[in-house]
Design a protein around this ligand. Sequence first.
Ligand code: SAM
Length: 238
Amino acid sequence: MSDVNTSLTAQPGHCYVVATPIGNLSDLSERARSILASASVIASEDTRTTGALLHRYGLHRPLVAYHEHNELEAADMLVARLAAGESVAVVSDAGTPGLSDPGFRVVRACRRRGLPVVPVPGPCAAIAVLSASGLPTNAFFFAGFLPHKTAARRTFLEKHRAVEHTLCLYESTHRIEAFVAEIAEVLGAARVVCLAKEVTKLHETFLVGPVGEVEARFAPMSKKGEFVVLIAPDGFVL
Ligand code: SAM
């Protein structure tokens, strides 16, 4: 292991990709906290969200905003600061930056310039749900958010009907009910799924089983929250 990986202090010229909690603020790792405490600047998807996390840990570091609308310009600015010897910690609102989140362009800009990028791993909604689902995890296909249009979502399900790996998807509160119904219609009521909501939070819920049963159990529940949906390979029995 190099000094960079053992040091708890952000090193000059290094870009750190720092995973932050997906709900439970106690899930910030010691290393993540130390890197955030010592970075010259924290590049944040939303400075209010990151500000709340820093406040919780009594940290005071300069924040710059980067998000999907300014990520290219922000990446240029961050690369210039790194090249000048500053250290940068990249965080998103929750979880691992770059995973269905901004962060990719900043990291790519660093790689193109040959600047060191160091992961500081930690929470990720997809991995958390896979780990506790009981569905096959040796191989999985992470597809992030599906398109909003019903036809495109159905096409995705049809296309992946026979995939041999567990499918892992993110879904918003607005479309979750319709999506569960679509899975049952397109893949059949017996297909095993895991519907996980508000993971690591007060109202954490896991519904695991044939999608027909999950749909019925989910019907009376609140649809508010953040969801991960796993779809087991065809023929899998819990
Ligand atoms: N980069 C993040 C990660 O590593 O998980 C994901 C960011 S993505 C913009 C946000 C989506 O992740 C939400 O819409 C939801 O699908 C999922 N998600 C995030 N936090 C979650 C949680 N606590 N419980 C369930 N799903 C969550």
